[in-house]
Design a protein around this ligand. Sequence first.
Ligand code: C2E
Ligand code: MG
Ligand code: MG
Length: 467
Amino acid sequence: MGLIGVMFKKPLNDVEVVRNVLQIFAARAASELERQQDEVRIRQLAFCDAGTQLPNRSAFMRHLESVVADPQTTELALLLLDLNHFKEINDTAGHDLGDLVLKAVAERFAASITEGQYLARLGGDEFVVVCPGVQANSALATAQRLCDSIALPFMVEQHSFELSVGIGLALYPQDAATPLELLKHADIAMYQAKRQKLPVCVFEPWMERIVAEQLHIAKRLASAIAEKQLNLHFQPQVDLHSGRLIGAEALCRWHDEELGQVSPGKFIPIAEERGMIVALGSWVIEEACRQLAAWREQGHSMPGQLAINIAAQQFEEDDLVASVLNRCTQFAVEASQLSLEITESGIMENPEKAIAITEVLKSKGLGLSIDDFGTGYSSLAYLKRFAADKIKIDISFVRDMLTSDNDRVIVATIIAMANTLGLETIAEGIENQDQITALLALGCAQGQGYYFDRPLTAKEFAERWLR
Ligand code: C2E
Ligand code: MG
Ligand code: MG
């Protein structure tokens, strides 16, 4: 590890003492050398991402701080990249393959940046690129190159993976005064890109206001969920021939002291984006069972099934089936009194898993409907295997089927296809008699909509619809 030489003026008599002294010196020197090596290794570990060999978050922050502090830096652009649906690769192919894909992605990104630009991995499937001395236009060109670089599928161990990325772009000093603020704003722009399903989004101040507002709503929603301050409304589903009740859909409602009545169109996406939908959904399942039991105790009989909306993330949970069945047992409700609605796009987020779960659900007697049908892009191959028993024709087609030939044809096609697959159909959003006549002529005999009734409180629903 090293060499120590000592020169003496006179010949040595006591060799033993000198040898000991030299040994001590040598040991000291060796441990110093070892310490230096450790330091290099620790540095490597602390600042390099082991999976991709790119600089990691700490290295990136140091780099960004030094670039911003450099008096020669007049402007720079920061790109924040987040892969779309990367979690699915991890979930379906496993983390080992996922890591290899990330490594390959990092290589393509590295090959598509230009001299002077700095690429790092922030963690997970998030990357950043620092582009010194550039303005929006040339940063957008870099963003485009990064997008293009992963357009071709990745071949990893005989598997082919298709990837895309959402990129947020923020400019210094235009959009931010400090490195941290710049990163935060690039993150907000990336979030907008994802929301709007765009490849790239440039930061604008209004985005920050929206995020702040959503964060505020999210905080209040979290406590509303925890304190069980949500409630359910019930909308009747009827037989279009006779007008008789054949079931109902439970729809979540939230009245907040400060925000007032917040529509599910607003709070459900927030709950989905911020990881609260599973808790919300589990409360909905509990409350729906509790209500069925309460109606039964009040001597009402609820015909057909009570439909509950289930978000895609709930389908990802391994204990969904068990928790629905547990609630049924707790309130002495038959599983067959419930039906689950999952949206078409929800199924397509992880079709194989959805198919597996639905088979179990079906075997336990639960009903299963595909909600908002016609708005997603489901493949017929999956649809055939998905053990649904009902398709809900999306409100948009029902609304426009009387005025648009296109929509009428779509409704006719959905009904014909459902018939072929042996599925029932129900039309949502019926608002007038003409729609009923048209739907019946096309072969759809179930419906739901304001024409029959709006979503009602449990008490109203019992008074108006239950005997
Ligand atoms: P959805 O499941 O497709 O529910 C149907 C929506 O259409 C409901 O809106 C209902 O009030 C509305 N609607 C019913 N009939 C008519 C009509 O004749 N005309 C019009 N214009 N609208 C009608 P709502 O209650 O605002 O719910 C919106 C969405 O929020 C639901 O769409 C569902 O995707 C989601 N949602 C509601 N409750 C829950 C829940 O408990 N869990 C989950 N995951 N999502 C929920
Ligand atoms: Mg629904
Ligand atoms: Mg719907």
